[in-house]
Design a protein around this ligand. Sequence first.
Ligand code: MRU
Length: 351
Amino acid sequence: MTESNYRVKTIEWQGDEVVMIDQRVLPLKEEYIHHRTWQEVGDSIRTMVIRGAPAIGVATAMGMALAAQQSGADDYEGLKRDLEEAAAGLFETRPTAYNLGWALDEQRKIYGEPGDPDDIRARMRERSQQILEEDIAMCEAIGEHAAPLFPRGARILTHCNAGALATGGYGTALGVIRSVFKRDPAIHVYADETRPFLQGARLTAWELQQEGIPCSLITDNMSGYFFRKGEIDAVVVGSDRIAANGDVANKIGTYTVSVLAKAHDVPFYVAAPTSTVDLDIPDGGGIPIEERDPAEVTHFGGSQCAPDAIGVCNPAFDVTPHENVTAIITEVGVHREPYSESLAEAKKGKD
Ligand code: MRU
């Protein structure tokens, strides 16, 4: 199984603590936060110390393993009660990322069956580490499947951060870009800054720069200019949840990019592990969209940039209809329309 060999570890076990790089202060500071309780992990997910659907899934699995460690119960029923409380608390931290509920289900497969509490604790800890390692392997496989889709010297637009920081350590959309770059160093990436949280400016630009992948950072409202000039050959983004029909929830602004891509006949690719595919939701209309703090919109770098008491909307995600998606790439392969069939096939044997 693959172990992350990137210089920066997004999340890992150190002894009995879960350590995460604090993504709120990157790229200016590289700081790590140690977590001893599931409540601390929940706070870090809610406040975006860690973000990105697959990374949230890993954090959730580790948070549940911490909850098992924390529980003083010496009988199965007591441990299960404590774990159900932790699962409910973690579940409500961020509603859109499907990997969160998926990771809870993975841990529930272990503690849902009566057994020796210490054995359950050990297996949950082991499973959380496996989920991290499987995520890296899945991202690498996504990269391998996707790389041949890109022309030589491709100019690729991405939105938000779907990189090592958003996953166990390789990235979905940025993993694809890494894999393309390995074959063809002549590519160029346009990274949307991704207002209001600036995942593109702070995290994607930083990851690409560290690996020497040529990149231009642009503000979100510039991409139309580059599409029109014919300077974008492909789009690749990650996803927080993919409905059974292939509708894709991702960072707010992704839908806009998909419309531009369609208007300019540019392929729009979505890279995500099958743990992001939610077959229980028939279409994007059922995907819960997180609404975040208005201060993310009214303030910039800690300074107020809007009038006092102005009304604000701050949906963190939008849904791109499957008609705008050229292909979805998972660790299983490249999936195309009709997604209701190709995604169901990809998920077979996964749950
Ligand atoms: O609000 P965030 O930063 O958690 O949103 C992240 C995204 O939208 C990513 O594109 C998505 O989770 C895929 S990450 C591999």
